[in-house]
Design a protein. Sequence first.
Length: 326
Amino acid sequence: MNFLTLLFPPGNTSRRQWVLTFLAVFLVIIPSAYLGRDVVAPAVCQAQAEKQGLDTSAGPQGNWEYWSLYKRTRALCTSWCAAGGVVLGIGLCMFLEHLLQKRDQRVGQPRNDLERWILGTYANFAAYYASFPDELEEKGPMKALSRQANRSASLAYRPNAPLCLGGRLRDEANQKMVIRDLKKSWDINNLQDLLTTVDYMSAGPGLTDCPDQAARAWQLCRSTQLLGLAYVAGWLRREEMVRRSCGVCRTIQATFQDWDELNRSYLEGYTRWAFRSGHSQGMIDLRRRIQRDLQTRRDSPYRLNWHLPLDPEYWVRQGRMEKNLG
């Protein structure tokens, strides 16, 4: 059996998991086998030979019975120590992967109120995208048109799951998934395509030709959503994603009176799009349920002041002040 299959699902192994397994093999398992063969086996064999009254003065080669005992003991000790190394290596890999996943989660979550405000503009999508089952990623979570996908998304939805920038943790697996999904769902193949789309929806005809608030919310909220996805995809650094998102969010502040108007308009815009795209009523109901849950969460971005300063430099200065104050 491939050692990786003991740790991670076959066919879904990231570069980081390969590195952890490599370290486990070369730093734990192989040394354990050598320890069993060269240290443990001679000591055990010597003790057994003395117990049986064998002549050990000339070493294993000088006595046939001692040599036979030595070979059996060496094979047994090497196998047992290697097996112990496998168990220890698996435990070490799983522990390190757990720590790294917790670090990924911290990195993926907003670190100040500015980033929480930005995330609030597409929190409905982020909560949906975060809960979409991994086994259906190949089908494209953003489209999710099949009954199976709709049902699976509803069952997998976790009301209190952490909200992440872009909706997913910024790791290798999600990076690949987001890039694939942007291509499938948006026909976006690179950063320039994405930025062109954002400009069109947030400052170009995609916004100026909107007939009502629902259409404006649908265009603007998806613009910040795309910038968040660009961050998860590794196309934008965090600071650049925040800077560009602030430009869109200032337009959102100027277009809507408060969070309630934005959220009502967004849901209406989503519902129109869902019907045109052939989504089921169940998927629409799920997004409405997500919106209700977001309103009552303790970490809801909708608790933030609608007129929060959307200036990245201001929040950089705030962060420095907090550090200085200790």
